[in-house]
Write a protein that binds this ligand. Structure first.
Ligand SMILES: O=C(CO)COP(=O)(O)O
Length: 271
């Protein structure tokens, strides 16, 4: 089990749902309510496995109201933030605003931001720092495309993105950071990297963090895998030593499916 493989540093498993550009603010509330009911019926212990959702920005106020009103233990966050604090940046959202809405986390550098919006490693490093500045924990996404995987340079490529993303962080920040390995070829395609692929990369990421920040820090940073995770493959991926959680796209839009991923430890996971 993930919690018991790392000795003194118990990294709490982290199951995150990235809704992407799905669910308007009304649908989002219904989805979160259903998820919370399903997990409550199943007596889910949030102190053992952390749950977070990443809704569109327009849903966040409603999510905050529901979480506060119903005293839910589900964390939530933004899918992106600006590297700037405030000002003439039309369409952008400040980390300050996310913090004010009770966001605990924010995704940074999702492959869809890197490819569709051409976000550079430099900008993403600034976004990681902006998140910490505003008291929101960044979930830095890294991972290679199909061509790089086929060329066999995926580890180097991903570690380069990692080094650029974490440049200039303090040890404390690096320990709090969450890193999500999402091979682009496995996102939304039904192609899942095998548990051994996820472990290979997460081990390489942890070793890199160790060389940059030391073993104590690297033992605390939580590493997630993302890419076509479903209830029937989550448990095998999460069993891997260096995989501390999953970042789920499509599978997080169905409350029953996502709840089963959250409950990966239980034998009720549907195969
Ligand atoms: O990009 C992802 C999560 O951020 C993965 O998406 P899918 O689970 O739909 O493949």
């Amino acid at each position: 089990m993930t919690t018991s493989t790392n000795g003194a540093y118990d990294r709490k498993p982290f199951i995150a749902g990235n809704w992407k550009m799905n669910m308007d603010h009304v649908q989002g509330i219904t989805l979160l309510q259903k998820l919370a009911w399903t997990l409550s019926d199943a007596k889910h212990d949030y102190s053992r496995v952390e749950v977070a959702v990443f809704p569109p920005f327009t849903d966040l106020r409603g999510v905050q109201t529901l979480v506060q009103g119903d005293d839910l233990e589900v964390a939530y966050g933004g899918q992106d933030l600006s590297q700037f604090d405030s000002g003439a940046y039309t369409g952008d959202i400040s980390g300050q605003f996310l913090n004010k809405l009770g966001c605990k986390y924010v995704l940074v550098g999702h492959s869809e931001r890197r490819t569709i919006h051409n976000e550079s490693d430099e900008v993403l490093n600034a976004k990681v720092k902006a998140a910490f500045k505003h008291g929101v924990t960044p979930v830095l996404c890294v991972g290679e495309g199909l061509e790089i995987r086929q060329a066999g340079t995926h580890v180097n490529h991903t570690l380069e993105q990692l080094r650029a993303g974490v440049a200039g962080l303090t040890d404390e920040q690096a320990a709090e950071l969450v890193v999500a390995y999402e091979p682009v070829w496995a996102i939304g395609t039904g192609e899942v990297a095998g548990p051994e692929d996820a472990q290979e990369m997460c081990a390489a990421i942890r070793a890199e963090l160790e060389s940059l920040f030391g073993a104590d820090v690297a033992a605390k940073t939580r590493l997630l895998y993302g890419g076509s995770v479903k209830a029937n493959n989550a448990a095998a991926i999460l069993k891997e030593r260096d995989v501390d959680g999953v970042l789920v796209g499509g599978g997080s839009l169905d409350p029953a499916e996502f709840a089963n991923i959250v409950r990966f430890e239980s034998h009720l996971v549907t195969d």
